[in-house]
Write a protein that binds this ligand. Structure first.
Ligand code: CP
Length: 308
């Protein structure tokens, strides 16, 4: 049985197969409409979510399965002090597969210790968000036609933004991928990503503070929100929150074919006027999240059945 805790839990070949499956699901949804008849997905969300939880639920329902779960720690027995591992031992009696989101780094890995079903990390603190990465990779592959030979700008909260950490980990496995890391000094990429991931693998990158300086060279701009929930004090958050605002005026500096991605939710970092720019693909990206989660559920259940 396999879990998905980090994007690196999938080999490049497995990832390519998963993306191909997601593309087939997009083209032929009816073919998969009963693929999970009689199966149940549990969504155990200890932290707020719109896209991840609902796209998982939409994915399972589109496969013919059912969903159960909780949308906040307060409505589960976590409020009475139950551990994540114990909760997962119990959820294993109720569901065939589980997606878990938790504010603590490593919680999804802990969940696997007592799980008897495949566990999917739907975001653990500021650490990883592998299914957002699958969504991002499907978006890039579908709309750019490739995952290699790309110059990617990552802009905003690179310190706490778990989507950025997961995306870097996944993309360094493709050839000639360069990163432009755009952030204020306080929100720079953590040292462990810079040293253990980028430097160790000889990945080309630059660190900049001005978005305008980066824009002309990018194939993709991945905007992120400043992660309010990870700040220790409100004052620091307020100082940082509007550091970057992508406007139609700034988009004039970018190439005609530069795509703008954002894992969402957006706060102020992309002006609403940019939504009408054909290069803004963040809402399409949310739709790709359903196809790729359908592909992931199918793949993990297939691997479980091969073992059982
Ligand atoms: N992108 C993302 O994880 O969104 P939610 O927090 O709404 O799930």
């Amino acid at each position: 049985m396999r879990h998905l805790i980090s994007p690196l839990d999938l080999s490049v070949e497995e990832l390519d197969d998963l993306l191909e499956l997601a593309k087939d699901i997009e083209k032929n949804p009816k073919k998969y409409a009963h693929a999970c008849d009689g199966m149940k997905l549990a969504t155990c969300f200890y932290e707020p979510s719109t896209r991840t939880r609902l796209s998982f639920e939409s994915a399972m329902l589109s496969l013919g399965g059912s969903v159960l779960g909780f949308a906040g720690a307060d409505s589960s027995s976590a409020a009475k002090g139950e551990s994540v591992a114990d909760t997962m031992a119990v959820i294993s009696c109720y569901a065939d597969i589980c997606a878990i989101r938790h504010p603590k780094e490593g919680a999804a890995l802990v969940a696997t210790t007592k799980a008897k079903i495949p566990v999917i990390n739907a975001g653990d603190g500021g650490h990883q968000h592998p299914t957002q990465t699958l969504t991002d990779l499907l978006t890039i592959s579908s709309l750019k036609g490739r995952l290699d030979n790309l110059t990617i700008g990552l802009c905003g909260d690179l310190k706490f933004g778990r989507t950025v950490h997961s995306l870097i980990n996944a993309l360094i496995r493709y050839s000639n991928v360069k990163f432009v890391l755009i952030s204020p000094e306080e929100l720079k990429i953590p040292d462990y990503i810079r040293e253990e991931v980028l430097d160790k693998n000889n990945i080309e990158y630059v660190e900049l503070e001005r978005l305008e300086e980066a824009l002309p060279d990018l194939d993709l701009l991945y905007m992120t929100r400043v992660q309010k929930e990870r700040f220790f004090n409100e004052e620091d958050y307020v100082r940082m929150k509007d550091f970057y605002i992508l406007t139609s005026e700034k988009m004039k500096l970018a190439r005609e074919d530069m795509l703008v991605l954002h894992p969402l939710p957006r706060v102020n970092e992309i002006a609403v006027e940019v939504d009408d720019d054909p290069r803004a693909v963040y809402f399409k990206q949310a739709q790709y999240g359903v196809y790729v989660r359908m592909a992931l559920i199918l793949t993990l259940l297939k691997w479980r059945d091969e073992v059982c």
